[in-house]
Design a protein around this ligand. Structure first.
Ligand code: FES
Length: 138
């Protein structure tokens, strides 16, 4: 598919970044956690496999902007059905990041686009969410 033309002076969009091997993400298992920069500030992100697909989000609750995992990489509830914030119990749909219960209200997690290619998981930086190494001088 052809890329749309860039506006004059616009920086080139960053390409997909390698994240992990596909086999590192088992169905409803431990998430892969990594560091990104959002608006130049360091933030953790996570990717997990749910119903066969990889879903990734910033590790930042919609209730209070804090990290949510119970243990490093452990985001799912005991039934392995919902993402459950360890702080006050906000519950999110792993497939959409939408709040489905608890104090997150109408909020949702910030998604990060991913793809799988040749046994590898890649994530797609955006203008606002970039690889940590690219902006480490900030
Ligand atoms: S910080 Fe996540 S539910 Fe309050």
């Amino acid at each position: 598919m052809a890329e749309p033309p860039l506006a004059a002076g616009a920086p080139a969009p960053p390409g997909p970044e390698p994240l992990c091997r596909s086999q590192d993400l088992v169905e409803r298992g431990r998430a892969w956690v990594w560091s990104v920069l959002q608006y130049g500030q360091p933030v953790r992100a996570f990717a997990l496999r749910f119903d066969g697909r990889v879903h990734a989000y910033l590790n930042r609750c919609a209730h209070v902007p804090t990290e949510m995992d119970w243990q490093p990489g452990e985001f799912l509830d005991s039934d392995r059905r919902w993402i459950l914030c360890s702080i006050h119990g906000a519950t999110y749909d792993p497939a959409s990041g939408r709040c489905v219960g608890g104090p997150c209200g109408r909020g949702r997690l910030t998604p990060i686009a991913t793809e799988e290619r040749d046994g590898a998981v890649l994530w797609q930086p955006t203008r606002d969410i970039r690889p940590a190494a690219a902006g480490s001088a900030a």
